[in-house]
Design a protein around this ligand. Structure first.
Ligand code: NAI
Length: 303
């Protein structure tokens, strides 16, 4: 079954280079009309020019595809709304949004300025919120939408020097969890991509040989599946160097200890059992945690 995007309109943010560029090229090659967005700044988010996005548009058009360039910063909601208007005026719909734009401001937490924390949160989290908010009513009205958030192993599992980036990337997983529930009845599927790729963002972080294996285009299949007609919903797909995995937010079976004066001590003694992954589940919604806990209490009280 081939994955095609004929008649579909996609917006890819931060698509002037790195992973976003590969996403845009691949969507266009498979028939999508693509808004190539990029602020055109450096890896820290400084400066800006639409020329990076325009170069990708030129490449798509030269290959016979359709694309338009947009230089909006995803941090500016008005500019994002104008970008969506640009897509609607050109093509009348928006089917796919790939929230990919991002920056780094790495430092250990002790040395990190709050301004660098806030900016990273703003670009990754509010950037994705702005873009998704602007396309959401259109996707609801169409009864069709595919949204991909770009999370990261740094958010899912942590990474030294990336407290700001990790917090932002985990926030995107949280955003995905709720939007996938809210979008379901409108056929809007929301998923997250955790890539590993050699881009300017990872320059100097890994040996040359490893970076070579991590070509950005190797991540693209995971995005294409999540942007496709048969996309899953509420999945975190990890991808890099041709390998693919899924990250899950699990809930262990835990224990029932009841409520008493010595519960803290008994909990401390039972931590290994509480954190034991045997029979862990992946809840379909947050309410399942409460249901599990109340269920244990009812059982203990013979209810
Ligand atoms: P990159 O730096 O090559 O690409 C990011 C793009 O976003 C740049 O073209 C930049 O100009 C654009 N951008 C930055 N701020 C923007 C804004 N306010 N508005 C619009 N565009 C803006 O880096 P890369 O690696 O391609 O990153 C793409 C995404 O993948 C990012 O969200 C990043 O956090 C994520 N990621 C990358 C990993 C990797 O191994 N390269 C690992 C995990 C996540």
């Amino acid at each position: 079954m081939s994955i095609e995007f004929k008649g579909r309109v996609a917006i890819v943010t931060g698509a002037g280079g790195g992973l976003g560029k590969q996403h845009a090229l691949a969507l266009a090659a498979r028939g999508a009309k693509v808004v190539v967005n990029d602020l055109g700044g450096d890896v820290h988010g400084v400066g800006g020019s639409v020329s990076a996005a325009q170069a990708v548009v030129d490449e798509i058009r030269a290959a016979g595809g359709e694309a338009i360039a947009n230089g909006a910063s995803v941090t500016d909601f008005e500019a994002v709304q104008n970008m969506v208007k640009q897509a609607m005026e050109a093509w009348g719909r928006v089917d796919i949004l790939v929230n990919n734009a991002g920056i780094l401001r790495d430092k250990s937490f002790a040395k990190m300025e709050l301004a660098d924390f806030k900016l990273v949160m703003d670009v990754h989290v509010m950037g994705a919120v702005h873009c998704t908010k602007a396309v959401w009513p259109i996707m609801q009205a169409q009864n069709y939408g595919r949204v991909v958030m770009t999370t990261s192993s740094s958010g899912l599992y942590g990474n030294f020097g990336q407290a700001n980036y990790g917090a932002a990337k985990m926030a995107l997983a949280g955003l995905m969890q709720t939007l996938s529930i809210e979008g379901e009845k409108h056929n809007i599927r929301v998923n997250a991509l955790a890539p590993t790729a050699a881009t300017r963002m990872t320059e100097g972080l890994m040996p040359e040989q490893v970076l070579k294996a991590l070509e950005p285009s190797a991540v693209v299949p995971a995005m294409l599946v999540m942007a496709s007609e048969d996309a899953p919903n509420r999945t975190i797909l990890c991808a890099g160097a041709g390998g693919f995995e899924a990250a899950q937010i699990t809930l262990t079976q835990g224990v029932y200890l009841g409520v008493g004066p010595d519960t803290p001590e008994r909990l401390a003694a039972a931590l290994a059992q509480v954190t034991d992954l045997t029979s862990a589940l992946v809840p379909k919604a947050g309410s399942e945690q409460g249901a599990l806990e109340v269920g244990k209490a009812m059982k203990a009280h013979g209810a």
